[in-house]
Design a protein around this ligand. Structure first.
Ligand SMILES: *[C@@H]1O[C@H](CO)[C@@H](O)[C@H](O)[C@H]1NC(C)=O
Ligand SMILES: *[C@@H]1O[C@H](CO)[C@@H](O)[C@H](O)[C@H]1NC(C)=O
Length: 279
């Protein structure tokens, strides 16, 4: 049975509307989800809110923040970092609450001269106290394509992931007396800014302003809030990483981790922070 001349365009129309709604339900719309609070027209929106870019020149960087607050959830974002000579630039992408006893979960991408590796810096703040840094090189060039950077935040742990590979698990160590972020809702923030006093080779390499503006791109933002019924589910509570996840985590930590505060003897001569113990 065939379709009449009238039905075909109609079906095509319905199909297109359907496709469109699928796309919107996947990649969050930047215009709907975020406020553009820093850098004015250095924040640019493309494809009706599907893609966003931040740029930085000598006058200022730029940034955005989520309209919504999150208290536990999974946040995914695809980023394509500053190409070429990005030395001195930092692209940060993090969750944070407000105030002097704020909580924070950080991804920071420290730029480098062309061809040299970015450093992915991670940290966790609880009750205003951070000092829990781990740093990594990436196993790909983060300026060539979009890659997915995710944070899973549960009452039991925080997991940092790159393209779904876990790179760091920060466990809740309240049983040892270490505060854990779990009472303050956080917003999602991102910014591109200049930190050439410390970012690249510890501040030795300065930003080459003749290469400005520097630009980073974002797409496919996705946020899932975890709900109460999930927290009551014992199976869900205990699930951390499966065998494959644990293997990937070990692979990253063995081959790409370049700094871990938990093994920095010089910094903690009196003994490592409590959460660094096996527990
Ligand atoms: C930049 O490249 C140098 C030399 O390869 C490396 O030591 C450094 O870790 C790289 N990354 C940053 C952010 O400094
Ligand atoms: C909680 O989230 C799970 C997984 O996303 C979902 O299947 C379930 O329906 C949600 N429950 C409520 C009460 O929203």
């Amino acid at each position: 049975m065939g379709f009449s001349h009238y039905e075909l365009p109609k079906m095509l129309f319905i199909f297109l509307v359907f496709m469109n709604s699928c796309m919107f339900s996947y990649g969050g719309n930047f215009i709907q989800e975020f406020d553009f609070n820093w850098g004015g027209n250095k924040v640019k929106i493309f494809n009706g809110g599907q893609i966003l870019s931040l740029s930085m020149d000598k006058l200022s960087g730029s940034g955005f923040q989520s309209k919504k607050d999150y208290l536990f959830g999974r946040i995914d974002m695809q980023l394509k970092l500053v190409t070429g000579n990005s030395a001195g630039t930092v692209t940060s992408y993090y969750l944070s609450s407000k105030g002097s006893t704020h909580d924070e979960i950080d991804f920071e991408f420290l730029g480098n001269v062309s061809g040299e590796p970015f450093i992915l810096h991670t940290n966790v703040f609880s009750q205003g106290k951070g000092d829990k840094e781990q740093q990594f090189y990436l196993w790909f060039d983060p300026t060539k394509n979009f890659h997915t950077y995710s944070i899973i935040w549960k009452p039991q742990h925080i997991i940092f992931l790159v393209d779904n590979t876990p790179i760091r698990v920060f466990k809740n160590a309240e049983s040892l007396g270490v505060p854990f972020p779990k009472n303050q809702p956080m917003k999602i923030y991102s910014s591109l800014w200049n930190a050439d006093d410390w970012a690249t080779r510890g501040g030795l390499v300065k930003t080459d302003w003749s290469k400005a503006p520097f630009t980073a791109y974002y797409r496919n933002f996705h946020a899932q809030k975890f709900n109460k019924s999930q927290f009551l589910d014992a199976k869900w509570q205990n699930q951390e990483l499966d065998a494959n996840g644990r293997r990937r985590l070990r692979w990253v930590q063995r081959n790409y981790m370049i700094y871990n505060y938990c093994t920095d003897y010089k910094r903690f001569p009196q003994g490592f922070p409590l959460e660094c113990r096996k527990f």
